[in-house]
Design a protein around this ligand. Structure first.
Ligand SMILES: Nc1ncnc2c1ncn2[C@@H]1O[C@H](COP(=O)(O)OP(=O)(O)OP(=O)(O)O)[C@@H](O)[C@H]1O
Ligand SMILES: [Mg+2]
Length: 328
């Protein structure tokens, strides 16, 4: 098995709000291996983006703060690096693409300027070398007439092209880790499929590890090697993708998979998990899913189950599996 590239160890990121403290990321541990695509899934507000932003150290502070844990990257704790050391890694060894490419591209600079900037800063290329590399990158992400695009401004491009440019910028310095936060949600379905193809292609060619955040289980099925399921700031299940789809163990994951419409099968009504995500401000020490869970037991109401490995390496945080968890 490939080596761990990133290891989140007991990460805790909180936000102080007028209503109280939001434990957005509440004791999260998981690893991303070299060259692997790991998808993080879960309902809105469960802490996916905050986990990624904690890694990038782009948490707005105040109100946010990383209050505990470690984020190991190639054996170094990112949380112990200076601002300068972190900014050298960002955009260079670790790059990120966001959901809405228009808000991440600067409208007043040409595409060429925005692609060459990291090349000049991180790789200290000359202007001429940077331009040649930028043209190469624009071609690599499948955009025709790269010279013309080099001199264009973001508003002259379509949404799909802008997202390709964001990918080109992210890949410009050959990062070891690419974080993609809902990279295709704002795009229409055909463009979405093309962008996913492109990312898969890149991963194979460059062996980049990808941490992909998505709501969409279709995207997970197509892209992931490994899946981490989050609920209310915690990891509640993790497994290789086929394993997770074949045998989801946590009742929440089972619900998520049931909620996905099955193509070519008429369903009377789309299943949705009953109840709502709990208020993030007053989360207790119990299982945060207990009041939505059809298997809820007494212990679930008072004590949170630990995330434990089963014999096959599949991990679940659920009291239903506790005996098996102990037997590893
Ligand atoms: N700047 C902030 N101030 C206060 N609370 C915040 C802030 N940013 C995030 N949160 C809270 O942290 C929790 C996790 O948010 P996060 O953005 O990680 O969710 P998410 O899983 O990415 O959801 P989505 O799928 O909607 O993007 C939420 O309860 C959110 O309200
Ligand atoms: Mg998010």
């Amino acid at each position: 098995m490939a080596k761990d590239l990133v290891e989140f160890r007991n990460l805790e990121t909180h936000f102080k709000t007028s209503a109280g403290t939001v434990k957005a990321v509440n004791d999260v541990s998981f690893s991303i291996r070299e060259g692997e695509t790991l998808c993080v899934v879960g309902e809105s507000g469960c802490g996916k983006s905050v986990t990624a932003m904690s890694l990038m150290q782009l948490i707005e502070s105040p109100p946010g703060k990383i209050v505990g844990g470690e984020i190991m990257f190639e054996g170094k704790d990112l949380l112990k690096l200076s601002k300068k050391e972190m900014s050298r890694l960002r955009g260079n060894e670790i790059a990120m693409i966001f959901q809405e490419p228009m808000s991440s591209l600067n409208p007043v600079f040409t595409i060429g300027k925005q692609i060459t900037e990291p090349l000049l800063y991180h790789l200290t290329m000359t202007q001429k070398e940077a331009k040649a590399r930028a043209i190469e990158l624009i071609t690599m992400v499948g955009i025709p007439r790269p010279e013309k695009i080099f001199d264009s401004y973001p508003h002259e491009l379509s949404g799909g092209m802008r997202q390709r440019i964001m990918i080109a910028i992210a890949l410009s310095c050959n990062p070891k880790l690419l974080i993609a936060d809902e990279p295709t949600t704002a795009l229409d379905v055909t463009i979405q499929a093309q962008i996913l193809d492109l990312m898969r292609d890149i991963k194979t060619k460059m062996n980049t590890a990808i941490m992909m955040i998505t709501h969409d289980l279709g995207v997970v099925a197509e892209m992931a090697d490994f899946v981490v399921v989050m609920y209310a700031g915690k990891v509640i299940e993790e497994a290789p993708v086929l394993e997770l789809f074949r045998e989801p163990r946590h009742p929440y994951t089972q619900g998520l998979l049931k909620a996905k419409p099955i193509i070519n099968q008429r369903q009377e009504r789309l299943y949705s998990i009953p109840g709502q995500v709990p208020n993030p401000v007053d989360l207790g020490e119990n299982c945060h899913f207990h009041d939505r869970c059809e298997f809820c037991m007494e212990i679930c109401k008072v004590k949170a189950p630990p995330l434990r490995a089963h014999i096959d390496g599949h991990k679940t945080a659920c009291w239903l599996y506790e005996e098996e968890g102990k037997a590893q």
